[in-house]
Design a protein around this ligand. Structure first.
Ligand SMILES: N[C@@H](CCC(=O)N[C@@H](CS)C(=O)NCC(=O)O)C(=O)O
Length: 365
């Protein structure tokens, strides 16, 4: 599953313009690696699976990183792969560990994620993105290939999954998951960015048209089935959720995706709330980080830097009624039990509005 924009998506051809850069470091951590424990990648760029060796660096604001946070929690990989959370506000050196004491990541000992991109490639100047998996002993970035990262958490780390972990990428459903995820990526996950960063009216109109056509398609699909593919949560649901949960708070206004809100779509709103209320989803959503990132970093879209107070987050906890459709969230498995405070953590340094703070670099995505 490549997660690259397909051509001919939707019925509105998207003119050239804003384009996602794509991952540049595509090594994998894979059980098929022929490297011994402690060694680097084998000839195929595969690093050995080793609990405790790698650190996932993520932003709670970022929808692409959010996928890996959800999967890690659903699969119970917290003890195997540690998690570092960056400040949602980048500066000209990109993602920072300013939420940690003294601004230093306690495991990696670094101030900036960029240090690990440079440890991997001293010539690297191609941008720093999350999510990133870092090899703790060498401090080098292993991969920022976000679509592959989550698939590998599901399929390569099985030996370290918790008891009762769901199968997020079941063999029998992979073709369908890939197909749905590709459509969702092109028109929804990436579609909101195409609309928000469109460099002209035609590009915006096309992205907007494709986005809402695809949301209508999803509404039809989810009208009488609880999950996107099969009868329990899969990777396809994780990928759709991270965009839906940001939609009304950010994409509707900030990215001009405003035909309607998700709360105004009976089916998608119930579906999104069902997932939100499932352990592993809502408890990883940090609206504070999400809103502060988008509204303060994209100064070309929001020059004032004012962060909106709404929407009312309590609505996410209202009854959704989707149990009546059947299915069960974890299939034969069980929900994660370990608590997480990601939804409310790492707030202190952001709690004070900062007037005249340094202008953040405006990343392309
Ligand atoms: N850039 C990655 C996707 C991940 C991504 O866009 N992450 C954003 C945060 S939501 C980021 O780190 N952007 C900073 C940058 O690309 O410079 C890709 O297209 O492969």
């Amino acid at each position: 599953m490549s997660d690259q924009p397909a051509t001919g998506a939707g019925t509105n051809p998207v003119p050239k313009g804003w384009k996602r850069s794509g991952p540049r470091f595509t090594d994998r951590i894979a059980s098929s690696s022929t490297s011994a424990p402690g060694e680097g990648p084998d000839d195929e760029g595969r690093w050995p699976v080793e609990p405790g060796r790698y650190r996932l660096v993520a932003s709670l604001a970022c929808p692409w990183a959010h996928r890996s946070i959800i999967d890690r929690r659903l699969l119970g990989l917290e003890d195997a792969i540690s998690l570092g959370i960056v400040d949602p506000i980048q500066d000209h050196r990109s993602w920072r560990f300013t939420l940690d004491p003294d601004g230093v990541d306690p495991v990696l000992g670094s101030h900036f994620l960029a240090e690990h991109y440079l440890a991997r490639d001293p010539e690297d100047d191609g941008g720093v993105s999350v999510p990133a998996l870092v090899d703790v002993p060498s401090r080098a970035l292993v991969t920022n290939d976000y679509p592959q990262i989550t698939l590998d958490l599901s399929t390569e780390w099985t030996e370290h999954h918790r008891d009762g972990a769901p199968d997020l990428y079941p063999q029998a459903w992979r073709d369908e998951i890939d197909d749905v995820a590709q459509k969702v990526f092109t028109d929804v996950n990436n579609g909101v960015y195409r609309a928000g960063f469109a460099d002209g009216q035609l590009a915006y109109d096309a992205a907007y048209g494709n986005l809402f056509e695809r949301l209508d398609w999803l509404t039809d699909r989810l009208e009488d089935r609880r999950y996107l593919v099969g009868d329990h949560i899969t990777e396809a649901d994780v990928r759709l959720f991270t965009t839906l949960v940001r939609f009304d708070a950010v994409y509707h206004g900030h990215f001009k995706c405003n035909r309607n809100k998700i709360t105004e779509d009976r089916v998608l709103w119930a579906y999104a709330r069902d997932l939100f209320q499932t352990p592993g989803f809502g408890d990883t959503v940090n609206f504070h980080h999400i809103k502060h990132h988008y509204y303060r970093v994209h100064s070309q879209l929001n020059p004032s830097g004012i962060v909106p107070d709404g929407p009312d987050e309590s609505r996410w906890q209202t009854p959704h009624g989707r149990e009546a459709l059947g299915g069960s969230p974890f299939g034969d498995g069980t929900p994660p039990v370990a608590a997480t405070d990601l939804a409310s953590s790492h707030l202190a340094p952001l709690a004070q509005p900062v007037d005249g703070e340094p202008t953040a670099a405006a990343p392309p995505d």
